[in-house]
Design a protein around this ligand. Structure first.
Ligand code: UDP
Length: 243
């Protein structure tokens, strides 16, 4: 697969449709894959924390969750065509799971959000088999999540622990599993449960989803500080010609 390297992170040059198709094929042939949908904040953290960068480098696919990543790829003359977000991929995987009766496991969010997420998936996608779920506030060193997943053998594991925990959890545990799509889906359970609304399509189409989220949750402002730093480093990469 072709990549565009942005500040040392290899982004897969793949669109949403092709990624979902590939994942479906991998499920059908009982392969294993690790999907990260990354934004500038994740890339900046990987540049500060070498262990986190190593976690990201274990992924099968890293796609552009944020418009900042798509813009950076254009600056580097190796353009990614579109955002491929965790939420959108999750929606399509749920639809496929409904059609093929795939087994899924939900990991993340607080207990109440998780329960509502499960209920809403059961209502919207009645043929999906939810073989297990666990909230995202567990003792990292003492839990039986890996055993639970191995016993229930899901086709897809949705990991909604937010960054950086979701990427770290998959990277540190994926060797224990034989098969399955392990995908980081950030705050998707908050949206599916009805706790948080996604930006209207008109905002998404104008690449303003980040602004919508900031207006809804002003406490996120600190996270936005990664953006100017990210842009500065991308321009530096371009000037150095190291892409
Ligand atoms: N979360 C979790 N465990 C933690 C920290 C966070 O399960 O230790 C969940 C949190 O409840 C929320 C999601 O992870 O549902 C993070 O959402 P956020 O919108 O911050 O994700 P991102 O912006 O990283 O996609």
């Amino acid at each position: 697969m072709k990549h565009v390297i942005i500040l040392g992170i290899p982004f897969s040059i793949i669109n949403h449709h092709k990624l979902v198709n590939n994942l479906n094929q991998q499920i059908q042939s009982a392969e294993k894959s690790f999907v990260i949908t990354a934004n500038p904040e994740i890339v900046m953290r990987a540049n500060r924390e070498i262990d986190y960068k190593q976690d990201l480098l274990r992924a099968t696919y890293i796609t552009a969750d944020g418009i900042g990543i798509v813009k950076a790829s254009h600056i580097l003359n190796n353009p990614l065509h579109e955002r491929v977000t965790g939420y959108d991929v999750m929606m399509d995987l749920l639809q496929l799971s409904n059609y093929h009766q795939y087994k899924i496991y939900l990991l993340g969010a607080d207990q109440e959000t998780l329960e509502y997420t499960k209920e809403n998936i059961e209502t919207e996608y009645p043929s999906v088999k939810i073989v297990g779920h666990h909230n995202g506030y567990f003792d990292w060193n003492n839990n039986n999540i890996v055993e639970e997943i191995n016993q229930s053998s899901p086709d897809v594991v949705f990991v909604a622990l937010g960054a950086p925990k979701q990427e770290q959890w998959i990277s540190q545990n994926i060797d224990h599993f034989q098969k399955g799509v392990f995908i980081c889906v950030g705050g998707s359970f908050d949206v599916i449960s009805g706790n948080v609304k996604r930006a209207p399509l008109s905002w998404q189409n104008r690449n303003l989803e980040w602004l919508y989220r900031l207006l809804k949750q002003p406490s996120r402002w600190r996270r936005m500080l990664a953006l100017p730093q990210f842009t500065f480093h991308v321009i530096k990469q371009k000037v150095k010609g190291s892409s």
